[in-house]
Ligand binder design. Structure first.
Ligand SMILES: [Zn+2]
Length: 257
């Protein structure tokens, strides 16, 4: 039995590759529960929210989070929700702090266990890892609300080592395009038409995590696999299978009888 009776998904309008109608169909067809699609979490946001979001920006990768005091320009930029994902210099946010702030802005009537909120964003969410003492990009921040960062999907799992090597040794704008072309297909890029399918895997991860508390899987064949490489991500998600353990738990939670 699912504890969730309704999923509310907030689209990210700057990333049409999400294909929100496909996502809606996929969720309804997979979990057979009520799914509501909303345009954008930040659509009706006020200055207070933008100010708070800007305060979660990270400026030093090798230091744990400390709250940033945003400038007026930074707050304005939040309001515009411009997609800076393709800029060289990306704006980074602390994923857990960001999630906390978004949860404050979910209305009381929808802030309950039975309603799972899944928010797409173009912002690059990161989490600080105590083991190597630095921030890493993350595609998914659990639990409720769950945040799925479309920029994180592109940036968090690593591209092939050879790609970085070639890039480092041939660095001009023209060469970068050529090298990207050469490795095309081996990793996701912005505006990649496969993004919608890959996102379905992250949706499964976020819902299964919320329902069972089970984090990622270690089996590379499983859709809950925590891919560190783009190649693994494409493999586990386009393959569309669970491992036997997660097949079981998936059946268990989706069995409505
Ligand atoms: Zn698994």
């Amino acid at each position: 039995m699912l504890k969730t009776s309704k999923i509310i998904v907030y689209d990210e309008p700057t990333v049409p590759e999400i294909q929100i109608e496909q996502i809606e169909k996929f969720l309804k067809g997979t979990f057979h529960i009520e799914v509501e699609i909303r345009k954008n979490f930040f659509e009706n946001a006020n200055d207070e929210m933008f100010q708070k979001i800007a305060s979660t920006r990270i400026f030093e990768l090798k230091k744990p989070f400390s709250r940033h005091l945003p400038t007026e320009i930074e707050i304005q930029n939040e309001r515009k929700n411009t997609d800076n994902s393709q800029n060289e210099e990306k704006i980074l946010y602390d994923g857990f702090e960001f999630e906390k702030i978004l949860s404050e802005f979910i209305s009381n009537s929808e802030n309950n266990q039975e309603t799972l909120h899944i928010i797409f964003t173009n912002k690059l969410t990161c989490t600080f890892d105590e083991s190597d003492f630095r921030y890493h990009a993350r595609a998914l921040i659990g639990t409720n609300p769950s945040i799925i960062s479309t920029t994180g999907i592109i940036e968090a799992p690593a591209k092939p080592k050879e790609y970085y090597l070639e890039l480092m040794t041939n660095f001009t704008k023209e060469n970068t395009e050529k090298i990207k072309e050469k490795y095309k297909g081996e990793f996701l890029d912005y505006n990649d038409p496969r993004l919608s399918k890959i996102i379905q895997g992250y949706l499964l991860q976020s819902i299964m995590y919320y329902e069972t508390g089970d984090t990622f899987c270690n089996d590379k064949e499983c859709r809950l696999y925590n891919a560190h490489w783009q190649k693994e991500l494409l493999h586990s998600q386009l393959n569309k299978k669970f491992c036997s353990k997660h097949e079981e738990s998936f059946k268990k939670i989706t069995n409505h009888s």
